[in-house]
Design a protein around this ligand. Structure first.
Ligand SMILES: NC(=O)c1ccc[n+]([C@@H]2O[C@H](COP(=O)([O-])OP(=O)(O)OC[C@H]3O[C@@H](n4cnc5c(N)ncnc54)[C@H](O)[C@@H]3O)[C@@H](O)[C@H]2O)c1
Length: 395
């Protein structure tokens, strides 16, 4: 069904009706998951390529969804109450703005934006509209990552964290044309996981990136980065997307050393702890895994729960900006030949850039009203206002 021809009735039984924007590879993954979800239902699909949207819908058996090129129109005709943005990173900002200005909360794929300046603009938009904007950092939602986090919490003060990511990725499309396919498209997951696991925040980074001679990527597919964290601990990261042997998990291979011992996670289902003379190993399934949605289903569950309860989700837009700043700081460092980049400075420069570039008066006013970028990303988050979805129904 194409936008403009008719409307469909929203799904019943408390499933949140959503529009998926972007019907490419990952949009298809989202739609397949949503088609059988108990908490949300796809009622509309938006893409610049309408034929692709129709083909994707048909391949999943979504015969009744509204299809079109305008987020606001498809949402209105389909009765959608939220948007899931699965477009390419360059389009995230424009799609998020159209949705939030139309009164719709958004769950946006990572990375939130190509730059921290554009991310700050989206924080301002969330301030103005009062809508929830959450970033889907889907690699936070794995039961063994939660176990690893709990184990790391037993190590006391931390000295060092390392994560190694070595993979062979063949995904033709925008990734193979990016200047920094590792740091922008993949490391953002690992940098965000670092913040989740340790609860620590990044302060500064030194990074070097390069492209191995055999790489099929145009941009730098490999990097090493050394982050200073607020606690004084260090995060040593090494990664490559064109490694044809001994591959790690997509989640990377982790080790953490603290005052009470050490812990490791293989990125899959093995978590080890050596602390205070005792050794333990958690292998295979964990009890928490039974009812815990993983990956994008985990993101969706937190988004829907936040809309229903008013709770602020982990990756509400303001909280996500520092994960993106780790990426941009690493890129700036490698472009400076490996110099140390202080993330607080990067944040404030990004705010100045955002103000100069801004063409919308209301957004410019909000950005100028912040005493600093650091203050802007701690403005009262969504959830501190009473504008909530009642119970999977309309506001
Ligand atoms: N969480 C994960 O593990 C994971 C995995 C893969 C991709 N992703 C993310 O998902 C997003 C999409 O990746 P992909 O591989 O599906 O890309 P893709 O290129 O296969 O698909 C993107 C689609 O967005 C459409 N599009 C672009 N601009 C648009 C606009 N302004 N309005 C409507 N549609 C527009 C394109 O026509 C295309 O069909 C990216 O942000 C990527 O980083 C996340």
């Amino acid at each position: 069904m194409t936008a403009g021809t008719a409307s469909v009735s929203p799904a019943s039984a408390g499933r949140l009706p959503v529009v998926v924007v972007g019907a490419g590879a990952m949009g298809g993954e989202w739609l397949r998951m949503l088609a059988t979800s108990e908490i949300a239902v796809p009622v509309g699909i938006v893409d610049l390529d309408l034929e692709l949207a129709r083909t994707t819908a048909a391949s999943i058996g979504l015969d009744d969804v509204v299809i079109g090129a305008s987020v606001a129109d498809v949402a209105r005709l389909s009765g959608a109450e939220a948007v899931i943005n699965v477009t390419v990173p360059q389009a995230h900002g424009v799609v998020n703005e159209e949705a939030m200005r139309a009164g719709l909360p958004v769950l946006c794929e990572k990375p939130l934006a190509p730059t921290v300046a554009e991310a700050l603009r989206q924080v301002a938009l969330a301030d103005i509209t009062g809508e929830l904007l959450m970033v889907s950092q889907s690699r936070r939602y794995f039961p063994h990552l939660a176990v690893f986090r709990e184990v790391v919490g037993r190590l006391g003060a931390l000295a060092a964290v390392s994560a190694d990511f070595f993979h062979e990725d063949h995904e033709p499309g925008f990734r193979e044309r990016m200047a920094h396919p590792l740091l922008v498209d993949m490391s953002v997951h690992h940098f965000d996981q670092l913040r989740y696991v340790t609860g620590d925040e990044p302060v500064a980074v030194r990074c070097t990136s390069w492209n191995p001679p055999w790489s099929w990527f145009d941009g730098d597919a490999a990097a090493t980065a050394d982050f200073e964290l607020a606690s004084g601990a260090r995060f040593a990261y090494a990664g490559s997307r064109c490694t044809p042997g001994l591959q790690t998990s997509f989640n990377a291979d982790w080790r953490v050393y603290g005052e009470n011992g050490a812990a490791s996670w293989d990125g899959e289902d093995v978590v080890r702890l050596e602390a205070a003379g005792s050794v333990s190993e958690e292998r295979g399934s964990v009890p928490e895994a039974q009812d815990t949605p993983e990956g994008i289903a985990g993101s969706l569950a937190e988004f829907v729960a936040a809309l229903r309860s008013g709770a602020t989700p982990q990756n509400e837009v303001r909280a996500n900006v520092l994960s993106l700043a780790m990426v941009e700081g690493a890129i700036r460092s490698t472009e400076l030949g490996g110099d140390r980049v202080v993330l607080a400075g990067l944040l404030e420069e990004s705010l100045a850039q955002a103000i100069v570039a801004e063409r919308s008066a209301d957004i410019a006013d909000v950005l100028r009203s912040w005493t600093s970028a650091a203050a802007g990303i701690t403005t009262p988050a969504w959830g501190s206002t009473p504008a909530l979805i009642a119970s999977g129904g309309a506001r």
